[in-house]
Structure formats: C-alpha cells, structure tokens
Design a protein around this ligand. Structure first.
Ligand SMILES: [Zn+2]
Length: 529
C-alpha cells in the first residue's frame, strides 16, 4: 500500500483505553488507512517512531477560542500540547445563533473574556459561524450552542423568565442549532444573561438537547441569593436535577479540586456516583491548576447586568448605587480579592497588567470593589482577570494528588479552559495536557492508556465526534507523536506564557500541524462532527 505518511514501530496508545502495543500506522489522505505490521508499505513520508508514543490528538473539551481563532488560525499554545480538536461555545457564552445587532452587542459584552476579533467575518446561524472555522484554522473545532444566544434572541438582556412563546422560540433555535451541527447545549451560571434562567428553564431547554442526543454542558450556578454554604455542591445538585428531569446527559465544566473548599473530592462527588448508579450519563472535566481565569464583569451582581453593556457602562459611569455595587462586588460568591489583571481592552498597560486588584486598590487608596468599577469604566468593560491561587501549606502536593485521583475515577476528561487572548495569561492555556501527563509520571503512576483515553476517545464519544479520538482504520488521522518521558509543560503562574514541549509531530486530518516540535502553517482543521 502506498500512503501519505507511514509511521513505523510506534508505541500505539489508541485512545480506547486498551493496553499499548508496538505497531506501524499508515495515513492515506485524511484517514488512517492501516494499522499493524506494515513491512511492505510505502509512503511519501516515513517516520521512525521507535520508543515514542503514537496516540490520537488530544481533544480539549473547554476552550475560549471563539474569537481568537478568527484572527490567529494557528494557536501554538494548543498545538504544542498535542491538541487537535477544541470544543468552543463554552459556559453558555458564545456568538451563534445571533442576529446582527445582538451579535455586535454580545461581542462587546464578552470582549473581556474572549477578546473581540478584528476579522470582518460575519455570521448569524450556527452553520455560518461553524463555517468560519472550516479549513481555515490548524485545529478541528466543535461547537456547543450557548444558553445566552437562546435568551438574547428571545427575551434580550433582561432578568425575566424564559417561558410561553419566548421559550418555544428558544427551543426552536436549539433544534436548528443541533441540526446545524452543535455538539452540546452549554450554560454558565456565574455569567449573564444565563444566570437569569431558573432551573425549570434549563430543564425545558435540555429536553431539546436530550432529543438530539446531545449533552448539557454546564458551568454550575455560583450566584445565589441568599448565599449558601457551598455553592459548588448546590450548583452540582441543580445540574444533576436538570439532567434527571430532562433526560439529557450532563457534562460538568471545570470541576477540578478546590482544596480550600473541600479536602475530600469523593464527598462532593457522591451525587455523581449516585447518578451513575441510576444509569445516568454524567461526565466531568478539569484543568490541573488551582484557580481560574475570567473577566471582571463576573464580579458585578445580577441586577447590574440588566440591559447589557450600554446599561452597565451607564450605571458604572453615573455613580448611581455606588456603595451597594462596591459592597456586592466584594461579597460575590466568586470574590475579586487577589485577582490579577490578565487582559485590558485598551492594550497591555504595564501600570495595571499583571498586578492584583488588591495592589491596585491600595495604590489608588480605594476599596477593591471600587477598583473593579474604575477598571471597567476605564476599559469600556473589557478587562480579564486571573483568580488568585489559594495559598496554604503543601498546596501543590495536595492539589496534584487530587487531580490524579479525580482522573482515576474514569468519568473525567481535560478541558483547559484556555483563554488565548489574555496578555498576562493563565498557565492552563499553555500547559494543561502535558502537565497532567507529567504529574502522573512524577507520581510514579503514568497509566497512559487511561490518561490518553480521558484526553481522546472518551471526549469524542461524549460529544459525538464521529471517527475521532481513536486510532483505528477508517478514523480521521488526528495523531500525536511524543515521548512519554519528554512531554512536559513549562507554564507557571509566575511565568505563564511558556509553550509546552515534547510533541514531536502532530497531524490533523492527515496534515502535519507540528513537525519536529515546531508548528507548521497548515490549516487543515474542520468544523466537526
Ligand atoms: Zn470557560
């Protein structure tokens, strides 16, 4: 057989969880054409992979590249981690289906999180938006239809229930989105306007996802009025209830260890175990870092978001309700204390970028809540922030052990939650996948078949990515070639923008996007499935 690429003597870790085996693999065009002893095969390009792992390319279940990929088709930060497919449309925050005026408004609102592309690409439907990423970028992209779009297109940016005709229309929008290739329905219940939706609304919308055989992808609710003891547990309980009542599979976003909230993950995850026992589909994801990355608007209370970005700016500039705003920002369930400024819409001002809100507040001699408001005002709301990692003795050892324990449960995958637009980024954007491999290696238990499965075959099945995530004849040739002792991350909180190393070669749909450790300019990524 004559192929495009012949990889010889690889240590095949095939993404199914099966034990590794030594094998050759032949790529013809965009597919895997043969696996086994291919002594007689020939190819235009032959790679001797002796001693190295050949796995499916990694599938990142949670990214914020919905704007950045429009401007930068090659994201080295993901390619050098071995990622060949990313799932966009996360946290219920994205850009389709949206009519033109609403799209322009919501692009402005989300710019502190995702940036706002310079690209003049336009779209309205999910099909049109997905097409922006088809054969124009290096990685494959899949898309979750976001809760925000269903609300904004029907009831606008308002704290009102979605019911009656508006709910019927929102359900119809979701039906069309699934017909046009959305792989899940996402929400983020620290974000707006998503948080305005009560549990019943989610159930009604998730019925559409269930009918399409697609999961409910949720950043669980964290804004409660009145505040509760443990919003993570409450938010998880709500997500599981929505899954049970609607029949939709539930995928819980970025539910990693939170050592400052609970020492024993098994207590928090007991409801997930019970759901499994009842035969319900519940999956989770994590990134291996102990704090998050978001945008400063998340700190404003629900009532302040009413009306959208123009109304927020008007409120912030007017000085109305200033004391109440400052107080409620500081008592938010996700408090701003310790947050580092990660992104500024006006550009990377060194006087502010990379400094903490507490530090800025001290130098401005104002409360932290007031500092948040001043930054939002100054930047037209476009400010990103990296949450402070918790600090307590032995943090990294405890946290890393919990990461490995969660992955060993078998219901976790990796979602980096990468935000490439950040000017002072979060290390998760650069290191999540190699870091997990490194932690397992350092702990002396690198179960590669299980780890690779969590990064490939498992997410492919969960999100219905056809012919991806497994090495088998006929599957798409999304492949990563790496050495298990050399694949590693370098990004840290102090020095975050360092690319991972150890991915020698990476193919997307049979085309090399990394060669000898260096990204190529190829753009073979498709809008999948
Ligand atoms: Zn996210």
């Amino acid at each position: 057989m004559t192929g495009t690429v012949l990889i010889r003597n690889a240590k095949l870790v095939d993404g199914t969880g099966a034990p590794e085996r030594t094998s050759d693999l032949l790529i013809i065009g965009d597919r895997i054409a043969a696996i086994g002893d291919l002594a007689g095969a020939e190819a235009a390009h032959v790679v001797d992979a002796a001693g190295r792992v050949l796995s499916p390319g990694f599938i990142d279940t949670h990214v914020h590249t919905d704007m950045t990929l429009l401007d930068e088709p090659v994201h080295a930060c993901f390619l050098q981690q071995g990622v060949t497919t990313v799932i966009q449309g996360q946290d219920g925050l994205s850009y389709a289906p949206l009519s033109p005026d609403v799209l322009a408004m919501y692009r402005r609102y989300l710019a502190g999180l995702n940036g706002n592309a310079r690209s003049d690409a336009t779209w309205s439907s999910v099909a049109e938006y997905r097409a922006c990423f088809d054969r124009t970028v290096s990685m494959n992209t899949a898309y979750c239809v976001p809760h925000a779009a269903a609300r904004l297109e029907t009831v606008g940016f308002h704290d009102v229930p979605l019911d009656g005709d508006a709910l019927a229309e929102a359900r119809r929008l979701l039906e069309v989105a699934f017909e046009e290739g959305a792989v899940g329905f996402s929400t983020g219940l620290s974000y707006f306007p998503n948080t305005y939706g009560p549990t019943d609304e989610h159930v009604a919308l998730c019925e559409v996802a269930a009918a399409a055989g697609r999961p409910y992808v949720t950043h669980v609710r964290s804004v409660f009025d009145p505040p509760v003891d443990d919003w993570l547990a409450e938010g998880l309980a709500e997500a599981l209830e929505i899954g049970r009542r609607s029949g939709a599979a539930v995928h819980v976003s970025h539910f990693g260890p939170k050592p400052w909230r609970y020492d024993r993950p098994e207590t928090l995850l007991a409801p997930v175990d019970r759901a499994h026992d009842e035969g319900r589909a519940v999956t989770l994801e994590l990134y291996p870092y102990p704090s998050g990355n978001t945008f400063l608007l998340i700190y404003l209370p629900p009532w302040a978001h009413e009306g959208g970005p123009d109304a927020i700016l008007d409120l912030v500039r007017s000085g109305r309700e200033r004391e109440r705003l400052v107080r409620e920002i500081e008592t938010n369930s996700i408090p701003p204390f310790g947050t580092t400024i990660a992104y500024l819409g006006t550009g990377p001002d060194p006087e502010i970028l990379g400094r903490t809100l507490d530090d800025l507040a001290a130098s401005w001699d104002v409360p932290v809540g007031e500092a948040v408001l001043r930054l939002l005002e100054r930047e037209d709301l476009v400010v990103g922030g990296r949450e402070a990692p918790p600090s307590f003795p032995n943090r990294d050892a405890l946290f890393h052990e919990q990461v490995l324990q969660l992955l060993e449960r078998g219901d976790y995958m990796i979602g980096s939650d990468g935000i490439p637009v950040a000017q002072h980024p979060h290390p998760r954007t650069f290191g999540s996948f190699p870091k997990v491999i490194r932690l397992a290696r350092e702990a002396g238990r690198p179960d590669l078949p299980a780890l690779v499965h969590a990064m490939t075959g498992f997410p492919a099945r969960t999100f219905g990515l056809r012919d991806r995530g497994e090495l088998r004849v006929g599957a798409f040739a999304d492949l990563a070639l790496w050495h298990e002792d050399r694949l590693t991350d370098h990004a840290s909180y102090d020095d975050p923008a360092r690319l991972s190393t150890g991915i020698d070669d990476l193919w997307v749909n049979g085309e090399a996007v990394v060669q000898d450790g260096t990204p190529t300019a190829a753009r073979p990524g498709r809008a999948v499935p």
